[in-house]
Write a protein that binds this ligand. Structure first.
Ligand code: PMT
Length: 404
């Protein structure tokens, strides 16, 4: 992802429906709110409104074909994907929703959407029966679970003569959603977020260790999302096979003691700590410097307790930084989460039930946000969506702390 510029850019995707004419009003509204707008059209959309209309409104080239001459040195759909602070598709047909839900990229718009890391807002418009069809609703649900936002279609007379749901939402409503998303895109500017991720490995000898199945997906998704929203992010991670998120300080450690040292070195400058790591509570009391021979296998491995990093931060914190812990539980999730909340002096605990298939290693998870007086249960969501939801709550806590 490229560093963000001063004026934020909204990429407006227009697909082939009669509502395409309302996209002209949307573009003007978004521009009046101070955003730069770049328009991408599908071939079908050009049957309803010409690219020249949007070019005249925006003063920018309009992208339609993947094969046209590039206006800049970079591959066009990639430069558009990187330029976008938010992508809005209005109107979005059932066909394009289906393509997005299945990751298809066969034209300029769907290729741009697949390549972007910016949030995507979809404003559907179609015949009411097409909108209500199970397959369309399944595609919408799949996209929602992956973090796409929807501005629901309105109810009324449709171009086909039917009356019902399916009309493109009013341009002002869609522009409100785009503006809100663009503001969210910067809500952690100036905030230092420290994230722990992954497992720790506690060595027995040079080739054996005690560890757990954490993949780091949760912590990396949080770090990536926090960076996208403008935070300065430090990610202290145990051994995982994920690449460094763009623009994030990544500190790779192996053991709990190393994780503690890396976290403590960054704590004083941190405004928020999010401890998603599955830190090993114990380590082998002794380390054999040579590989233990099979014949010499000990009857037991004596364990020593590892320090509780988060509890240490809670004690030193004095209410300064926002502290968020995770709780992986197999029963009585809320009760144990509240014990951790109080015991480690945290602001929020993200509790997950790891007794089933979700939690460790999976792309999705089901979590609860547990505070002293509330427990908010989320549905099964992609870990990137959970990261977004969590950072929404944390941004509010940071604001509240600032205003104290
Ligand atoms: O990495 P993934 O595959 O995406 O999996 C995600 C996850 C299941 C690992 C994650 O959602 C999760 O639940 N992480 C915390 C797991 C855990 O170790 O919980 P805990 O109850 O043991 O610890 C409670 C809190 O104290 C955690 O925030 C933990 O980071 C912290 N802790 C624990 C022990 C210790 N010695 N030091 C700590 O800082």
């Amino acid at each position: 992802m490229s560093p963000k510029r001063e004026q934020q850019t909204i990429v407006v995707g227009v697909t082939g429906g009669i509502g395409a004419y309302k996209a002209c009003e949307l573009v003007r509204d978004v521009m009046r709110r101070g955003f730069r707008v770049k328009v991408v059209m599908t071939e079908s959309a050009t049957r309803f409104v010409t690219p020249l209309t949007f070019r005249t409104l925006t003063g920018e080239p309009v992208a339609v074909s993947l094969w046209a001459d590039e206006p800049d040195a970079k591959v066009h759909h990639i430069s558009l994907a990187e330029a976008a602070d938010v992508v809005v598709i209005a109107p979005c047909t059932a066909n394009v929703i289906a393509k997005l839900a299945h990751g298809r990229a066969d034209d300029m718009l769907t290729t741009t959407v697949l390549a972007t890391e910016a949030p995507v807002i979809v404003a559907p418009a179609m015949n009411t029966h097409m909108w209500r069809k199970e397959v369309t609703q399944a595609n919408v649900s799949a996209l929602r679970a992956r973090g796409y936002a929807f501005v629901e279609p309105g109810h009324g007379a449709l171009a086909c003569g039917d009356v019902g749901e399916g009309r493109l939402a009013e341009p002002a409503l869609i522009a409100d959603a785009a503006q809100a998303e663009a503001c969210r895109a910067r809500d952690l500017a100036g905030v230092h977020v420290l994230v722990t991720a992954g497992p720790t490995h506690e060595p027995i000898d040079p080739v054996r260790f005690i560890g757990n199945r954490s993949s780091g997906k949760t912590g990396f998704a949080i770090a990536e999302e926090a960076a996208r929203r403008g935070a300065r992010v430090s990610l202290v991670t145990g051994p995982v096979s994920l690449p460094d998120p763009f623009g994030v300080e990544v500190v790779r450690v192996t053991t709990a003691l190393q994780m503690r040292a890396a976290v403590l070195a960054r704590f004083d400058s941190s405004d928020v700590v999010i401890a998603s790591a599955a830190v090993a509570d114990f380590r082998p009391a002794t380390f054999a410097s040579g590989k233990i021979k099979t014949a010499d296998a000990p009857d037991a491995v004596v364990l020593a307790r590892n320090p509780d990093i988060l509890a240490e931060l809670g004690e030193a914190n004095g209410g300064r930084a926002v502290l968020v812990g995770f709780a992986a539980e197999t029963s009585d999730v809320v009760t144990y989460a509240r014990e951790k909340l109080a015991g480690k002096r945290l602001d929020l605990v993200v509790a997950n039930d790891v007794s089933g298939e979700l939690g460790f290693e999976t792309d999705e998870n089901r979590v609860m946000f547990v505070s002293a007086d509330a427990a908010e249960e989320l549905p099964v969501l992609d870990k990137r969506v959970i990261a977004r939801e969590l950072l929404d709550r944390i941004a509010a806590l940071v604001d509240a702390r600032k205003s104290l």
